[in-house]
Design a protein around this ligand. Structure first.
Ligand code: 3HC
Length: 503
């Protein structure tokens, strides 16, 4: 199919995603029909589009003429049969297989055989949706990310019967709409909703284990590791109901694979109707108040210590070296980055607790969480061994405060907040590569553009060091005795290769 502005688009479902997609299509110049089960729901969808476009006018991003022209291209469809002339249908209705199958069966009768029938499903099998429908070659997944007008990615999902021309036409459509398309197979969660599961799961676990309040967990990932939003505030944006449903769907589709286990805390929010921004209450109350983070207040000069040595590999050390200048390196703790402040050993977490490390080295230990850039990070998250004296932990806190960093001291939690999350993201991305979900490049592009991660997880794993990622996961697996942290076999292979080339 040749895509142009004359290509007629129909969107089914006028919720957050449906309305966002219809807005995108109309902004790209297409005639658009919006359909929902009740005309009142369709009207609400059109109103929310008008509000969103008005916001663009108010910001001076859209002229009043363009606003009128865009709204003029949007039409409510009262019945499904009104979609008979559509060239491309994008379904963004309820995330239930029966609902989608029923819709696709009806659409196959109503629309011409060449009409492309697509689904914005987050995690339901495209193959299952297309099953038993006439001309299944024109059925595929077209998965957008919230907020659809803003996020740059579209996953074009190939079901078992999707034609390659269908996939090419949809990639062309995404390009016309200013999006980057990645191709992937119809596997549970596709790329982003599979690889991103640990981003949410590790945050729920930290909340369940009472490691830190929600705002601290979010700050560690957002301000420390430089994700665009913390995991818990992001679930409030996505909707607790939607995010929980995706997790359950991926968990069940993988035959109850334990690493995708849904969270009981999140289930409670869903059951209580606390769905996030759209219901003004989720993990947080919305509109959100500014959270005062419990950062450690500035310590006096008495806490100062002298820097004895530093060591360790890679990115961390480069950042630290720029902070600390001209210190001799040492192989005291082999491949884990560290600093010595008098007798205190300050180390990047390796997936063990500070207390375990204090016992091994028989000295006070402070462990640091992952920061994307230790020179520029505004926030350093750390944990101290329980056997440290307060003045010993204070030496590490003071050191970073002197570099104009805010310091958050959290419970002594193996792998801390960001490091264990990133290790799990890297691991999941490798698993997806190994299972042929998509190419390695497309997986990295998908995570950078679909959820705006600061790095693709594969590039991130490489720069952190595969062996370090493996060590963190192995230590977490030992700590919990759980299958959840099992390293992917591809990670083991890469760590071996890395060692090989180091020699
Ligand atoms: N709707 C429309 N436009 C929005 C918006 C929304 N909800 N939120 C922000 N924007 C627009 C703003 O108007 C602004 O436009 P402008 O540049 O023309 O002024 C632009 O986006 C940037 O917004 P902000 O200035 O508020 O900038 P931020 O830097 O805070 O970015 C963000 C906002 C893009 C939402 C960023 O926080 C982010 O990337 N968050 C992560 C979002 C994410 O991961 N989404 C995917 C969720 S998973 C999913 O959808 C899959 C599904 O299957 C569940």
């Amino acid at each position: 199919m040749q895509i142009s502005e004359h290509t007629r688009i129909a969107v089914i479902g006028s919720g957050t995603m449906g309305a966002g997609i219809a807005q995108l299509a109309a902004s790209a110049g297409h005639p658009v029909q919006l359909y929902d089960i009740s005309p009142a729901a369709t009207a609400r969808g059109l109103e929310s589009i008008a509000r969103s476009l008005q916001g663009r006018v108010d910001k001076g991003r859209l002229t009043p003429e363009a606003y009128q022209a865009t709204l003029g291209r949007l039409h409510a469809a009262d019945q499904l049969t009104d979609l008979a002339d559509a060239d491309i249908v994008i379904e963004a209705a309820a995330e239930k297989l029966e609902v989608k199958q029923q819709l696709f069966r009806a659409l196959a009768e109503i629309c011409a055989p060449q009409t492309l029938l697509t689904t914005n499903t987050s995690s339901i099998s495209v193959t299952a949706i297309a099953s038993g429908i006439a001309h299944p070659g024109r059925i595929a997944g077209l998965h957008f990310f919230n907020p659809a007008p803003v996020m740059k990615l579209v996953e074009v999902v190939k079901g078992l019967d999707s034609d390659s021309q269908t996939i090419e036409s949809l990639c062309q459509l995404a390009g016309r709409w200013g999006k980057t398309a990645v191709r992937c197979q119809s596997t549970p969660g596709f790329i982003v909703n599979r690889v991103a599961r640990p981003y949410y799961a590790e945050a729920w676990r930290a909340l369940e284990e009472q490691v830190a309040p929600a705002a601290v967990i979010d700050a560690a990932l957002r301000d420390g590791a430089r994700f665009p939003m913390g995991p818990l505030e992001l679930t409030d944006l996505i909707g607790q109901d939607v995010n929980f449903a995706v997790t359950c769907s991926v968990f069940n589709a993988f035959w109850q694979e334990r690493r995708f286990l849904p969270s009981l805390v999140q289930q409670e929010l869903v059951l209580a109707g606390k769905w996030g921004r759209k219901s003004q209450q989720g993990v947080y109350r919305w509109p959100r108040q500014h959270d005062e983070l419990p950062v450690v207040r500035a310590l006096p000069q008495e806490a100062a210590a002298s820097l004895q040595r530093q060591g360790g590999p890679g990115m961390w050390l480069n950042g630290m070296a720029r902070l600390t200048a001209h210190l001799s390196q040492s192989d005291l703790v082999a491949d884990v980055p560290f600093l010595e402040l008098d007798e205190v050993l300050v180390m990047a977490t390796n997936g063990e607790s500070a207390q375990q490390l204090a016992r091994r080295y028989n000295r006070p230990v402070v462990v640091l969480d992952l920061a994307d850039d230790y020179v520029n990070t505004p926030l350093v998250v750390m944990a101290a061994a329980a056997t440290n004296r307060p003045d010993q932990t204070a030496k590490a806190i003071h050191f970073f405060q002197q570099q104009d960093k805010q310091v958050l001291l959290v419970a002594d939690y193996p792998g801390l907040l960001a490091w264990r999350t990133v290790a799990m993201l890297v691991n999941e991305a490798l698993d997806a590569v190994q299972k042929g979900v998509a190419s390695a490049d497309d997986i990295d592009v998908a995570m950078r553009l679909g959820v705006n991660y600061p790095h693709g997880p594969l590039a991130w794993g490489e720069s952190l060091g595969w062996q370090r990622v493996l060590t963190v996961l192995e230590n977490l697996q030992k700590h919990y005795g759980e299958e959840r942290y099992r390293p992917s076999s591809l990670l083991r292979e890469r760590a071996l290769m890395e060692k090989h080339y180091e020699q």
